[in-house]
Write a protein that binds this ligand. Structure first.
Ligand SMILES: *[C@@H]1O[C@H](CO)[C@@H](O)[C@H](O)[C@H]1NC(C)=O
Ligand SMILES: *[C@@H]1O[C@H](CO)[C@@H](O)[C@H](O)[C@H]1NC(C)=O
Ligand SMILES: *[C@@H]1O[C@H](CO)[C@@H](O)[C@H](O)[C@H]1NC(C)=O
Ligand SMILES: *[C@@H]1O[C@H](CO)[C@@H](O)[C@H](O)[C@H]1NC(C)=O
Ligand SMILES: *[C@@H]1O[C@H](CO)[C@@H](O)[C@H](O)[C@H]1NC(C)=O
Length: 488
């Protein structure tokens, strides 16, 4: 930008006469002078704009320029810089939106007087601003009467969010809501927190007449054990899904169900593995591929956990949260039922990770190819680092949960003794094509081996379960009446 020193001083006197005298002339020949000038003009007039024009951040609008009706400026001229009159402020032209005020994924009734709304919101807004929420219920009746509730906000992704952050809202009312079964709507008002009281009015949930039935929320629940999976992504090897599902079908027993979230990982081959399980009613797939448009942490993993927790809240006694490279294990003769009988009052039960080497196999090379990954990857990596945990929740007692443990819950919190129940983590194996083993060891000698800093201990606990899981597959998918197997 080339402005001559003389015109610059002239401008400055106009803009702020006192400043021209205070600033040494040498400053005005460079860019700093220009910046100071802008600051002087801007700060004088910014407040006027705040009070006069409410920013419009609809993602389809034409930007504030249209709203304000001002001309576009390409190159600055004297007229642009000169204040046209003392009250006219500078214009800040906004175009489009980078992050929504709220992105709803799901809204669920969680009791006679409460609801959970699960979604994402702009991270900077929730980090630096002061947004808030309001809840109300509009009943379907002669007056369409409205009841105000109280909104509590739960942030469940710690600092991990990116453009978006996971924001769950619990709406609590002082009276029973919609329990007459006539239906109604849960309204979530998402306030931006600006001086205009800007808000988005969100119809979060609609209950049609007859939708509400107390029996849907009361025990006994349809399943004993339910699995909520993390979002599946990447080029998943269908063999690993087959093995995982057969094993967990066995361990969780016939009254169990598996919910997978598809963030792009359920390719055609994986879908083929899932289809028979879906037909049996043992698997549900939630297509959440649209999550890629909302930049959160790790395929929006925390959002998916929050959604599954509330969505399946009344479906099972216990809900497990772990990944498809992780295998829950109970030491025989104990079963999952024996273990959970001890925890009937608990809100959460944590299980300790046993990390399995993705390199060493306890098998001969020539017999490896016909074996499942869990039959040959059998070296537990013992490290001095913190060992992860994963959780099983009584979802009725949990308001909010992260990936590893519940955040807000009401009830005892237990950690299962690892000698009784634990989980094996076969890291880095799910997308491996072909042979997973990279080195073959003779497991009969039960050697402890050292791989750099880590010690690896032979642990063949999982191996006998593979045969049993294969038998279960046989029974389930060759039976003339597979549904009958669910009753046993
Ligand atoms: C919820 O409301 C239904 C219908 O009024 C009632 O039968 C049930 O006992 C209530 N449950 C609780 C926990 O208050
Ligand atoms: C109540 O709401 C329904 C559905 O929105 C509407 O059709 C009806 O006119 C409303 N009734 C009153 C009294 O406002
Ligand atoms: C599930 O809950 C019911 C009561 O609702 C109880 O009878 C049953 O033993 C529980 N099962 C497990 C596995 O916790
Ligand atoms: C296993 O055997 C195959 C076939 O003989 C060979 O190509 C491969 O390199 C062997 N793998 C290892 C890790 O020894
Ligand atoms: C292997 O390591 C485990 C745990 O440190 C130890 O208990 C066991 O005695 C070791 N086995 C051998 C053969 O050194």
């Amino acid at each position: 930008m080339a402005l001559e020193r003389s015109s610059f001083a002239f401008l400055l006197r106009l803009a702020h006469p006192a400043m021209a005298n205070l600033m040494p002339a040498s400053l005005f020949g460079n860019g700093l002078g220009l910046i100071l000038l802008f600051v002087a003009i801007s700060t004088m007039t910014f407040d006027l704009y705040l009070q006069s024009s409410r920013p419009n951040c609809s993602c389809n609008d034409q930007g504030n320029a249209a709203l304000l009706g001002t001309n576009k400026v390409g190159r600055l001229t004297l007229q642009d810089i000169l204040p046209r009159d003392q009250d006219a402020g500078r214009e800040f032209r906004g175009y489009g939106c980078a992050a929504h005020v709220y992105v709803e994924l799901g809204a669920y009734r969680v009791g006679n007087r409460s609801f959970a709304v699960v979604g994402l919101a702009s991270k900077p807004l929730h980090t630096f601003g002061s947004p808030s929420f309001g809840c109300s219920w509009i009943a379907i009746n002669a007056q369409n009467s409205s009841v105000e509730g109280r909104a509590s906000v739960y942030y469940t992704d710690y600092h991990y969010g990116r453009v978006y952050k996971v924001v769950s809202v619990i709406c609590a009312f002082e009276v029973d809501i919609g329990t007459d079964g006539n239906g109604g709507q849960l309204i979530l008002d998402a306030f931006v927190g600006d001086t205009f009281g800007t808000k988005e009015r969100i119809v979060a949930l609609t209950e049609k007449p007859g939708d509400y039935k107390w029996s849907n929320f009361a025990p006994p629940y349809r399943y004993e054990f339910l699995y909520c999976g993390s979002p599946l992504y990447g080029d998943i090897n269908p063999k690993r899904i087959r093995e995982w599902l057969a094993y967990h079908g066995l361990v969780f027993g016939p009254r169990s169900h598996f919910v997978f979230y598809d963030a792009g990982g359920i390719n055609d081959a994986v879908r083929e593995v899932l289809n028979p399980w879906i037909k049996l009613g043992r698997v549900t797939v939630e297509n959440v591929r649209q999550q890629s448009q909302y930049d959160g942490y790790y395929y929006n993993q925390f959002l998916i956990v929050a959604d599954c927790l509330h969505r399946t809240r009344f479906l099972a006694n216990w809900t497990f949260f772990f990944d498809i490279d992780e295998y829950i294990y109970f030491e025989p003769p104990k079963t999952i039922h024996d273990v959970f009988a001890r925890y009937s009052d608990s809100a959460q039960v944590l299980f300790t990770q046993y990390r399995i080497s993705d390199k060493f196999c306890a098998i001969e090379n020539n017999s490896a190819s016909s074996k499942w990954a869990m039959e040959k990857l059998a070296y537990h990596i013992v490290t001095s680092q913190n060992v992860d945990v994963k959780m099983a929740l009584n979802p009725r007692k949990v308001t909010s949960a992260g990936v590893h443990w519940a955040i807000a819950y009401d009830g005892p919190d237990d950690r299962c003794d690892a000698s009784v129940g634990r989980y094996y983590h076969y890291h880095n194996t799910v997308t491996t094509k072909g042979e997973v083993c990279r080195e073959f060891l003779d497991h009969k000698q039960r050697w402890n081996i050292s791989d750099g800093e880590d010690t690896l201990i032979y642990d063949g606990s999982m191996i006998p379960f593979a045969e049993k899981a294969k038998q279960l597959e046989q029974e389930l998918f060759t039976a003339t009446d597979p549904a009958a197997l669910l009753e046993t």
